[in-house]
Design a protein around this ligand. Structure first.
Ligand SMILES: Nc1nc2c(ncn2[C@@H]2O[C@H](COP(=O)(O)OP(=O)(O)OP(=O)(O)O)[C@@H](O)[C@H]2O)c(=O)[nH]1
Ligand SMILES: [Mg+2]
Length: 220
């Protein structure tokens, strides 16, 4: 028989000032771009807590990094899918790396580049020992597509800890939220390695950002 399944979804209202003390402290450190990586041989040393953001092109990865760090243009964003082309490393103080990954599922890309990028991403996600958590972003308006499930399966099979983030929550009407929670639960239920806490964010209204800061600050 199935075990009882409890899903805790983090939703607004936001954490209070006091509740996010650790996140606030971390994200007031110096935040800088380190480098863009196109081959695993260029990856920085395994000397920090590392988290990465992945998801389909245009889901809002780069925007979320800007919101988290409270910068407008730290990570380059665009209306046009395919903006982020490299594995981009950002340093928070001396302790953390934030990693912005190129999006997947963008059809208009030469096959050769697509294949090379897929290989790089799979090698990075499976083999990066200091990667404490992979945040997999899903557009709240679209939900998880087959290509997202392929990624979730890869992470699950490789025992890489991951957490779902539903983005662009500002586009979801309040009467649609319970349906979204149900979809999130159905998605995460398939992957035992995935965290049962799902975060809803908006880079536009900043909803969910402090929750995400706290989640990162608590990683060791
Ligand atoms: N309404 C709304 N729009 C958003 C949000 N986050 C991102 N966007 C918009 O979505 C588009 C794509 O954002 P990016 O952050 O560049 O997306 P990405 O996932 O980094 O895209 P790639 O680098 O191409 O994979 C931009 O036009 C953003 O302004 C959000 O929370 N709400
Ligand atoms: Mg991007």
């Amino acid at each position: 028989m199935d075990q009882p399944f409890k899903l805790t979804i983090t939703t607004p209202p936001e954490l209070s000032f006091e509740q996010n003390a650790a996140g606030r402290k971390l994200f007031t450190e110096d935040i800088t771009f380190l480098k863009g990586v196109v081959h695993t041989s260029e990856l920085p040393p395994l000397d920090r807590v590392e988290v990465c953001f992945c998801g389909r092109s245009n889901v809002g990865k780069s925007s979320l990094i800007n919101s988290l760090t409270n910068r407008k243009n730290l990570a380059r964003t665009s209306n046009t899918p395919g903006r982020t082309q490299e594995i981009n490393y950002f340093c928070i103080g001396m302790t953390h790396y934030l990693v912005d990954l190129p999006g997947y599922g963008y059809a208009k890309m030469p096959k050769k580049i697509k294949m090379r990028r897929q290989k790089l991403m799979a090698a990075y996600l499976r083999g990066r020992a200091s990667l404490r958590r992979v945040f997999v972003l899903i557009d709240a308006r679209i939900g998880a597509k087959i290509i997202d499930h392929e990624l979730l399966q890869l992470l699950n099979d490789s025992a890489v800890p991951f957490q779902l983030i539903y983005t662009k929550i500002d586009k979801i009407k309040s009467d649609q939220r319970s349906k979204l929670m149900q979809l999130a639960e159905e998605t995460i239920r398939k992957y035992p390695v995935g965290l049962t806490e799902v975060i809803f964010t908006s880079s536009k209204t900043k909803s969910g950002i402090t929750n995400l800061q706290k989640a990162i600050a608590e990683l060791e």
